[in-house]
Design a protein around this ligand. Sequence first.
Ligand SMILES: Cc1cc2nc3c(=O)[nH]c(=O)nc-3n(C[C@H](O)[C@H](O)[C@H](O)COP(=O)(O)OP(=O)(O)OC[C@H]3O[C@@H](n4cnc5c(N)ncnc54)[C@H](O)[C@@H]3O)c2cc1C
Length: 203
Amino acid sequence: MNTFDVLIIGGGAAGMSCALVLGSAKNKAFTIDKTIGIIMHQKASALVSGLFNNVLGLKAGTTGKEILEKGKQQLSETYPHIIQIEQEKVQKIEGTKGNFTVITNKNQYQAKIIVIAVGPSNLFNIEGLLQYVAPHQKLPPAKERIQLKNNDHKVTDGIYVAGVLAGWRSQFAIACGSGASVATDILTEWNNGNPAMVHDKID
Ligand SMILES: Cc1cc2nc3c(=O)[nH]c(=O)nc-3n(C[C@H](O)[C@H](O)[C@H](O)COP(=O)(O)OP(=O)(O)OC[C@H]3O[C@@H](n4cnc5c(N)ncnc54)[C@H](O)[C@@H]3O)c2cc1C
């Protein structure tokens, strides 16, 4: 499978949260024909070295490594229709909304919409996006982190940014919320502009 309606780039807090919310909309009429993928690169996630005591719903002492593993598992078990692409890193993006080409170190993919959730490292070097890079507005300047210029997560037509790279401070819950927010923006787009959310409930 090499063609996606949405391709999420980055398998950390924001990317996986975005994928989970998009996946949870699988029974909505406006998602039936949609193909969703995530480039599940995790090696460079801030979660790798983190220890989490202050996140609602997570047991104190949870490690970021556990979150990465369990998040991937939750996505594959609950929403197996979301395609997870492992061990690839995005190098370049070309094209415009409806017809992007995403080039990794191993393959290339077509996508109509892209979500960039790769964290705020100043080593960011995805060709095709460098014109949107700016100093991070909410992290200490001494850390030299970057963000992508955006308006409510929208970088340009068809490209969203999520997580700390969107200009948010680095807290797990904020990054997850940012990814979830982008997912509902995409669902709203697919729903012809009518606000969309996904709530499961106990019968
Ligand atoms: C040591 C440490 C401790 C922390 N402790 C806490 C805490 O106690 N409480 C709290 O709330 N927050 C904590 N955090 C912050 C939290 O981990 C981050 O805010 C959160 O992980 C940010 O999520 P993100 O999705 O923006 O980025 P990340 O989780 O960093 O995800 C970015 C993803 O993009 C992938 N990626 C990078 N480049 C590419 C590419 N070219 N192609 C494809 N994929 C790519 C990476 O591998 C990674 O998986 C801690 C962070 C650290 C470093």
